[in-house]
Design a protein around this ligand. Structure first.
Ligand code: NAD
Length: 254
């Protein structure tokens, strides 16, 4: 088992990519802290993991709040005595041009997609520094943190920030056994993407277009993201830090 005896905290783990990662990490032996603002869906992921014989706990958290991030890390340490893997995955989109975007919408995207990562990592790093074998931090950025997408400038800026935050922290802690990487999903079939398509004038046409836009000819799955995330946080990637890994069916190769 690749994550035996490791403790992994995953934000945004109630659905989509985070849920698939929680299930996969637990399957590989990790004790998983499922952190999410959606308590009902988060608890059902915990039930699923326990039903499969794994170990998991739920923590209700709004990653926009500094104090919630502090409590979530404390709860993890109280429950398991350590924190080996911090996976900041919670994120939100904002498909609007800049002039259409209100102040509070800018704040919300930056708070969730950027400040949430900073707060969580700020509380996790001292714990990992105290541990003999360090730890691994992963941020879910996006292909839009590597190449821009039309009509989503605030989202793109937030994901670009996630990529550079990972690289900057990777340098700061390279000699302390703390690896920091970014996962850059392409277009993945999750509740987020379904909501995005449903908001289009013709959702079915929008969905077909997403599929056709992918060099590989289809959308990615949360499970495919989970395989890449598992490798990045596991000891198999022990010489990998400061990397932004596209999981995008070739999108950023174009
Ligand atoms: P999703 O909407 O399906 O799931 C996101 C989860 O994050 C939900 O469980 C939600 O409750 C939680 N969440 C949202 N705001 C939160 C907050 N303030 N505090 C705590 N939890 C919160 O989304 P997804 O598609 O699985 O996306 C996961 C990550 O992947 C996000 O960072 C997203 O930007 C990124 N991403 C997704 C795609 C895609 O095509 N689906 C592509 C690139 C990047």
């Amino acid at each position: 088992m690749q994550l035996a005896d490791k403790t992994a905290l995953i934000t945004g783990a109630a659905m989509g990519i985070g849920r698939a990662c929680a299930l996969r990490f637990a399957e590989e032996g990790a004790q998983v802290v499922v952190a999410d603002v959606d308590a009902e869906a988060g608890r059902s992921v915990v039930d699923e993991i326990r039903g499969d014989g794994g170990e998991a706990q739920f923590v209700e958290v709004d990653v926009r709040r500094r104090a919630d991030n502090e409590r979530m890390i404390d709860d993890c340490r109280d429950a398991y005595g350590r924190l080996d893997i911090l996976f900041c995955n919670a994120g939100i989109t904002l498909p609007k041009t800049l002039p259409e975007t209100a102040d509070d919408e800018i704040d919300e995207v930056i708070d969730v997609n950027v400040k949430g990562l900073m707060y969580a990592a700020r509380y996790a790093i001292p714990i990992m520094l105290e541990q003999e074998d360090g730890g691994s931090i992963l941020f879910t950025a996006s292909k839009t943190g590597l190449v821009a997408q039309e009509d989503s400038p605030v989202y793109c800026a937030s994901k670009g920030a996630a990529v550079l935050l990972a690289k900057a922290l990777a340098l700061d802690y390279a000699q302390d056994d703390i690896r920091v990487n970014a996962l850059c999903p392409g277009v993945i079939d999750t509740p987020m993407l379904r909501r995005f398509a449903d908001a289009m004038p013709d959702p079915e046409a929008a969905w077909r277009e997403y599929e056709q836009e992918q060099p590989i000819g289809r959308l990615g799955t949360p499970e495919e993201c989970a395989e890449a995330a598992l490798w990045l946080v596991s000891d198999h990637a022990s010489f990998i830090t400061g990397v932004a890994l596209p999981v995008d069916g070739g999108f950023t190769a174009m």
